[in-house]
Structure formats: structure tokens, C-alpha cells
Design a protein around this ligand. Structure first.
Ligand SMILES: [Fe+2]
Length: 436
């Protein structure tokens, strides 16, 4: 992809927003990037002298287990950082306008959110994804979590805040979800260093690990499945914690978002951990909790599992909550598992429709094949939502949705934009199953 091929959408007016706070400098820098300053310029300004340009992708390969385990053990022990909520912030209850501009929101004006998962690696692939996100001029950007290796303050600085690579900031706001890797260092780097640098419009930092973007037709809800994704050090790798939603988050969904009373908006859920998967085990506890408040299918984007995959409407485990699953865990790490085959057997069937096993290159001394990194752009316009799934070079799949009566999502269209047998349509599935 070249910059020449990408035109700024006509509806976008980057000059409307002026960040009013101490975050102005950072925000202006991001908006400046969107206006033509390249990520390479930024990188040249901020990269540490004498250090390699990026984290080496091969250092994240699973065969580098000793490096990873050593870092984990040095960071893992200690009390969790306290869970933050909005109760101390008066009018700020973590619910913000999903709108392209300030003032009275016009729900018909298109507003774009870019989503990337598992991006916080500082790799060249993360740099490329960030550059591609910036070229889309998103109003909001949301990281679906995981800052490697363990989300310390130093790693947050290097892998999210410009030390090596700068997380692409939306011109109306940026948010980050909590995840297991952030919690391997008790969440301190995430809560105390990353969140203050993000938030709605740069008015102030992101104050909690959950939030909602809302307009007349849509609810976009960011969830924290990371806080309870860690348990007893080392044992947590074998006996996986539930990743349940914190009671304060559930209370906020009930009393502030009033999710149980909303019968008009389309619901978009965001989390780090997957509710279900056809390649790995899922985490159905958060879905069980949500099913107490939500009785209609949502579109749910998650990361954690390092691949791009689309699922049709499906419920799993004890939850009973039917959702359309979207796996976006391919934001920055080497995508090693492209040779994986979906699990066979009836109990593992979760409505898999499409997954990406294309080989991008081979890395490391062993020449390990890795797949393509990528992300998604969501564009809301009135009752309609268009989602574009991209790698760093091209769009792969687009889909369109509409909110119907009762806030029920209706799939309008889905198209595959590249002809490649390794962008695999799962056996027996048709592409339309992803939105049916
Ligand atoms: Fe993760």
C-alpha cells in the first residue's frame, strides 16, 4: 500500500478538534501524522539511540520460551494494582459520544473506529499496522490489549507510547483494554502509565479499564477481561483463571450504561479474551455475566488468540449468549499458528466461517513461517455499520450491518476482496454465514 492510493474521506475534517489539555502535544503529534508526517519521521525522533529499531519479531516466537519465562518470573509477584472505576469523577461516567465531531452529535455523520489486538509489541509489524491505521484517519482507536512481555511501565513506554512505536491516536480519542500480559506485572504499567496517556478527546486520561461509546443507534462497550485473567503465578498457566468481569464493571453496565433497559441500539462488544474459538479454548464466564443484561445477539471483537478469524452467530459453553465472533489478535506479534487446523468434533464447533492462514514471510534461524498482521476499521453512519478487515497492505473482507427494530443486528452484505485459497472459508461454511 502506498500513501498515494489512500484518499482522506471527504467527510473528515481534522481541523475541528483541538485537544484542550496537557495531552495536546501528544495528540497534535498524532493528528500531524494523519496529515502527512510519516511514522518513520516519528520513529526517527523517538527511537532510542544505539538500540535496534524495533523489537525483533523472532524474540516473541514460542521457541524463545526462556527469555519470556525469565521476564515473567521477575515481574509476576506482588499484589494487583487496584481496579479503577468512574465513581470518583463526577460527570465522567465512562460513557462518551460516538460522534465524529464535538457539539450536538449527528448520528448520520460517519464516525470511524480502528481496532487492533495484541499490538503492544514494538515490532516492525506493529509499526506497519500503526502506520496503516493512521492513514485511515480514525476518529477513535482502541487497543484490544496485550503489551509484551509483561506490560511494565518501560514496556508501555517502548511499545505503546513512542519509545519504539507509537500507538496510533484517533483525533477524538483512544482507549486500551486490559489483558493478561498487562496483568503479569500486576497491571501497574497499564493503570498508571498507559491509561493517563489515552482517553476521550485528550480532555483527561482514560480513567478505567472499561468504557462505552454511544449514540442514538449504537453502543460500543469496552470490557476488562484481563483483571481476572491472572491467578496464582505459574499455576495460572495451567489452571486458567475465568477472566470474569469485575463486580464494579457489572454494576456500571447495569446502573450507568443500563444495558438491560436498552432495546433500541445495536451492541458492539470489545474484549481481550475470546468468548469462544474453534482453535483454542474459550472464556465463557464474561458472556454468562453479560447474558443477565443482554438478550439479543451482539457483534463481539476480541484478541488474545493471534489470528484473524470470523464466526457466525453462535453461543458457547454455559453462557447461552449468541454473538457474532470476530478474532483480531493479529495486530503485532508474529502470527505463528497459520498451520493450525480448526478443531474437529461436534463439541468444538463454534460457527467458524473464515480464517487467515496466508504465509507472509519466514523469520528466525529456523525459518518459521508467519502470517499477516492486521486490524479492522468500523465506520458507523446512522443505523448502518461497515466493517473493513485489513492487513497492512490491503483490505481483505468487508461487511455491512444495520440496526433493526429492538436493536437487533441485521447483516446486509459481506464480501471477500482478495482471491487467495489461504484466506480459508471453513469446510461447509459460506461467507454469508458470518452475518446470518
Ligand atoms: Fe492475551
Amino acid at each position: 500500500m502506498t500513501g498515494d492510493e489512500i484518499q482522506e474521506p471527504a467527510f473528515r475534517d481534522q481541523t475541528q478538534y483541538v485537544a484542550p489539555s496537557s495531552l495536546r502535544k501528544r495528540w497534535k503529534r498524532s493528528i500531524g501524522l494523519a496529515h502527512g508526517k510519516t511514522q518513520a519521521d516519528l520513529f526517527a525522533e523517538t527511537a532510542y539511540e544505539g538500540k535496534s529499531a524495533f523489537s525483533r519479531a523472532k524474540d516473541y516466537l514460542k521457541i524463545q520460551v526462556f527469555q519470556w519465562v525469565g521476564h515473567y518470573l521477575r515481574s509476576r509477584f506482588g499484589p494487583k494494582w487496584p481496579f479503577a472505576d468512574y465513581r470518583a469523577y463526577g460527570d465522567d461516567n465512562g460513557i462518551y459520544n460516538l460522534a465524529a465531531s464535538t457539539g450536538d452529535p449527528d448520528p448520520d455523520e460517519p464516525v470511524q473506529i480502528a481496532l487492533a489486538g495484541d499490538w503492544g509489541s514494538g515490532t516492525e509489524a506493529a509499526f506497519d499496522v500503526g502506520q496503516s491505521v493512521n492513514l485511515g484517519f480514525p476518529h477513535f482507536t482502541i487497543h484490544l490489549g496485550d503489551i509484551y512481555y509483561v506490560g511494565t511501565k518501560k514496556e508501555v513506554q517502548e511499545n505503546m507510547l513512542g519509545g519504539r512505536v507509537q500507538w496510533p491516536l484517533g483525533n477524538r480519542g483512544s482507549f486500551a483494554l486490559n489483558a493478561n500480559h498487562e496483568m503479569y506485572s500486576q497491571g501497574k504499567g497499564y493503570f498508571t502509565h498507559l491509561l493517563p496517556a489515552l482517553g476521550f478527546q485528550g480532555d483527561h486520561g482514560q480513567r478505567a479499564s472499561f468504557f462505552c461509546l454511544k449514540n442514538e443507534h449504537w453502543l460500543v462497550i469496552g470490557l476488562d477481561t484481563g483483571y481476572y485473567s491472572v491467578g496464582i503465578p505459574i499455576l495460572e498457566m495451567i489452571f486458567r483463571p475465568s477472566s470474569k468481569l469485575h463486580s464494579k464493571l457489572m454494576e456500571w453496565l447495569q446502573k450507568d450504561v443500563r444495558l438491560q433497559d436498552d432495546q433500541q441500539r445495536g451492541v458492539i462488544l470489545l474484549s481481550h479474551h475470546q468468548y469462544y474459538s474453534q482453535f483454542e479454548s474459550g472464556y465463557d464466564r464474561p458472556a454468562q455475566q453479560l447474558a443477565q443484561l443482554l438478550q439479543r445477539p451482539a457483534l463481539w471483537f476480541w484478541g488474545h488468540e493471534h489470528r484473524f478469524a470470523l464466526y457466525g452467530k453462535n453461543a458457547s459453553g454455559k453462557a447461552g449468549l449468541q454473538i457474532y465472533g470476530r478474532n483480531l489478535g493479529h495486530g503485532g506479534l508474529p502470527i505463528e499458528d497459520i498451520a493450525d487446523r480448526p478443531r474437529q468434533g461436534q463439541k468444538y464447533q463454534n460457527g467458524l466461517v473464515l480464517y487467515d492462514k496466508r504465509e507472509r514471510c519466514r523469520i528466525g534461524a529456523l525459518g518459521i513461517p508467519v502470517g499477516f498482521n492486521g486490524y479492522a476499521n468500523l465506520t458507523f453512519a446512522g443505523k448502518q455499520l461497515a466493517v473493513e478487515y485489513r492487513d497492512t497492505e490491503q483490505p481483505l473482507v468487508t461487511e455491512k450491518w444495520e440496526v433493526g427494530p429492538g436493536g437487533v443486528l441485521k447483516g446486509i452484505a459481506i464480501d471477500q476482496l482478495i482471491d487467495d485459497d489461504d484466506l480459508v472459508l471453513h469446510k461447509g461454511a459460506s461467507l454469508g454465514d458470518a452475518i446470518a
